[in-house]
Every structure is written in structure tokens, then in C-alpha cells.
Design a protein around this ligand. Structure first.
Ligand SMILES: Cc1cc2nc3c(=O)[nH]c(=O)nc-3n(C[C@H](O)[C@H](O)[C@H](O)COP(=O)(O)OP(=O)(O)OC[C@H]3O[C@@H](n4cnc5c(N)ncnc54)[C@H](O)[C@@H]3O)c2cc1C
Length: 219
């Protein structure tokens, strides 16, 4: 057997995660004549839970006891799953959408240079990179997602980007400059014109109110 050191034990114990284990015991209907058909349908439901990413592991126990198997469920109690990647901006957190909707879905983000790189990658490549992070949190046995939706704001001709980015040398005065109207005839709203709340929905909303006030004042 492999030698397990104290350091290895400490390292592994620090990465243990919260899973839910369900122990499947025989019930009072175990001797029904149609029991095999019921067990078959339970198996079908287990595969369905697995396909939805909820049931990571299900395995039978055949030791003659009244415990017939165990199921290990995905940890869906968390709302936010953080991760420290080797590459800056690479899928460094996951939002558990199941907290807000009934579907089992995780949402994650790519930022900066890595965000631009993902836009050149195929869906399969992106999925693999995301799964590598999730596997290092939850282990290699977790199933791949059944489907994946992604945005490509940088190459989408209707956006060519997402929202304003303050690079080195940007000052708050730049956001004021972008909000300047031209000859009191052309007015500019949008998150990029709101230095206080740039890059946000409420920043965009407030900028619209600000420009509307300017126009009303001219009437
Ligand atoms: C992934 C992501 C997550 C975000 N999360 C949050 C969040 O959690 N909280 C938050 O507050 N904000 C968040 N934001 C930011 C927020 O969505 C934006 O700041 C906000 O939507 C900007 O609104 P806007 O009206 O300024 O611009 P947009 O909503 O970008 O509207 C600009 C519109 O102009 C159109 N357009 C562009 N060019 C032309 C053209 N030549 N002719 C005609 N129309 C054109 C575009 O199609 C678009 O409809 C997020 C943004 C992204 C991308």
C-alpha cells in the first residue's frame, strides 16, 4: 500500500468538501411482486439526476444487508463558489443559479486577456477548462454539463465589448468628458458616462435621468 504522510493527510483534509450522502435502505414494499420494475425506474431517475449534474455518484451495495446503495449529491447549498486560478481572469468564481431558478446551472466568467482568449476557443475547449477547475474542487468523477451557453461580447458585432474599462492612465475626469453634450443638441447617456457608478446598470439608468434633466431644462 502507498505510504500516506501526515503532510499529505493535512493537505487532503483541507480540500474536503460538503456533499450530501443518501443511504438507500430497503423499505416495507421490498417484497412487492413488481419490485424489479420499481427498482428499474429508480435507476432511471438516478441516471436523470446524474445527467442533470445533481447526483455525482450512485453505487449499489450487495452485502446482503438491508442497505442497498448510496448516492452522493452535488453540493447545491452554496451560492458562490470561489476558485484561485493559475491564470489571471480565468473562471475564478461560479454562481450557483439553482439558488435563483429551478434549473441546475453554474455561471462563471472570464476576464481581461483570458476573456478575449476564450472568444477564440470552441465550446468544447471552454467546457474542458471550466471542468478542470470544478474537478479540482469536487473531484474527477463529476459529470460534464449537459449543455452550455456562452457570450462572446468582444466579437459580437452588436456590442464589440461589454462595458467600460478603466485602463492605466484613465482618470475619473474622462467619464465626465464622455458625458458632455454637444451644442446642447446631442446628449450622451450610458454607464461609461457615469463616473460614480460606471460599469453598472444603475449607473446607466442614472445617466439617462441626468441627460433627460438636461433636456427638460432647455425646454
Ligand atoms: C457579463 C456582464 C455582467 C454584468 N453584471 C452586472 C451586475 O451584476 N450589476 C450591474 O449593475 N451591472 C452589470 N453589468 C454591467 C451592465 O450590464 C452595463 O453597465 C449596462 O447594461 C450598461 O447599460 P448602457 O445602457 O450604458 O449600455 P448597453 O446596455 O450596452 O446599451 C447600449 C446599446 O446600444 C446599442 N448599440 C451599440 N452601437 C450601436 C449603434 N451604432 N447603433 C445603434 N445602437 C447601438 C447596443 O446594441 C446596446 O443595446 C454586467 C455586464 C456584463 C457584460
Amino acid at each position: 500500500m502507498a505510504t500516506i504522510t501526515d503532510d499529505f493527510m493535512k493537505q487532503m483534509m483541507a480540500t474536503t468538501k460538503a456533499y450530501t450522502i443518501v443511504i438507500l435502505k430497503e423499505g416495507p414494499n421490498r417484497d412487492r411482486p413488481d419490485i424489479n420494475q420499481i427498482i428499474w425506474e429508480h435507476g432511471r431517475r438516478n441516471f436523470s439526476l446524474r445527467a442533470d449534474g445533481l447526483l455525482s455518484i450512485v453505487c449499489p451495495i450487495r452485502d446482503g444487508s438491508n442497505i442497498n446503495g448510496i448516492g452522493i449529491f452535488w453540493d447545491n447549498t452554496l451560492q458562490y463558489i470561489g476558485y484561485t486560478p493559475d491564470t489571471k481572469g480565468k473562471f475564478n468564481y461560479f454562481i450557483n443559479m439553482n439558488k435563483f431558478v429551478t434549473q441546475n446551472a453554474l455561471m462563471t466568467f472570464a476576464f481581461g486577456n483570458y476573456g478575449a482568449l476564450t472568444e477564440t476557443m470552441t465550446d468544447a475547449q471552454v467546457t474542458t477548462e471550466i471542468m478542470n477547475h470544478l474537478k479540482s474542487i469536487y473531484g474527477n468523477s463529476i459529470p460534464n454539463p449537459t449543455t452550455m451557453l456562452r457570450t462572446k461580447w468582444g466579437v459580437d458585432p452588436h456590442t464589440f465589448g461589454s462595458y467600460s474599462f478603466a485602463t492605466t492612465g484613465t482618470t475619473t475626469a474622462d467619464f465626465d468628458t464622455l458625458s458632455n453634450s454637444i451644442n446642447s443638441k446631442l446628449f450622451f447617456g450610458g454607464e461609461h458616462t457615469n463616473k460614480q457608478y460606471r460599469g453598472t446598470v444603475h449607473g446607466a439608468y442614472l445617466s439617462g435621468q441626468r441627460e433627460a434633466d438636461k433636456i427638460i431644462a432647455l425646454l
